[in-house]
Design a protein around this ligand. Sequence first.
Ligand code: NAD
Length: 274
Amino acid sequence: MNVKLNNGVEMPQLGFGVFKVEEGKTVVDAVKKAIEVGYRSIDTAAIYQNETGVGQAIRESGVPREELFITSKVWNSDQGYEATLKAFDASLEKLGLDYLDLYLVHWPTPEQDKYVDTYKALEKLYEDGKVRAIGVSNFKVPHLERIFSECKVKPVVNQVELHPYFSQLELREFCQKNEIYVEAWGPLMQGGEALTNEVIAKIAEQHGKSPAQVILRWHLQNQIIAIPKSTTPSRIEENFQVFDFELSKEEMEQIDALNQDKRQGPDPDEMNVY
Ligand code: NAD
């Protein structure tokens, strides 16, 4: 199932993430399995150091390039206008592609204060047709507001940590008002306690589904783009089998009520690792 981004480009609402998936055979096998079971969107980043394997898997999948949606991200140490243009070319080369579907600023890293210039480089890549859509990741409202006031092209997505224990309601409302899709990283809480939560377990049992499938369904019904990761073939498949059931309004509300504003990753205001 696709969503339509604010520039008209369509993006699968469920994709496959490859953070911490080792370069080489591990990532090639995982991405090929994902494509085989139906995923058409792959989320990588320069810092994951597996773009070469992602590219190999894409080529070996046999699925035409235009049917796939490939995302990568510029790493913090490559921020700044010229450095970002170079980093983009390096990513493209590793992936063996001649365009990306989506390119993101990975973190705002406010301390170095380069994200506006970085985003302007993304605008240039977009204008030049090297990327079909541009966006940001880990941006809070003030970072987005600065992009709105200093840049021309509205980000299509903001990829942020989001799961039932950290549901980001305020940011979601702000993004929705501004026609920016929220994309959840860590949608399964990076394997954390949401997967063993009793409320989720009970809902899962009632539907004959797994807790992971219920959490992913909760994302989809909340209009969130989700990119779960796994290297286990059965889980890669399981995480894609979420289009054949529906959570009721009450079940959605029960999961909404689990929010604890509990992050797994760093607060973007304090994330200054390069
Ligand atoms: P995730 O929430 O997708 O969790 C993955 C983990 O959940 C697995 O390693 C495994 O332990 C467990 N899991 C997966 N499927 C399961 C299942 N069916 N049953 C039980 N357990 C299961 O976490 P993630 O990988 O950190 O996030 C997803 C993707 O988001 C990443 O791979 C990456 O592409 C992206 N990401 C982006 C950022 C960013 O800063 N933009 C940060 C982290 C991740």
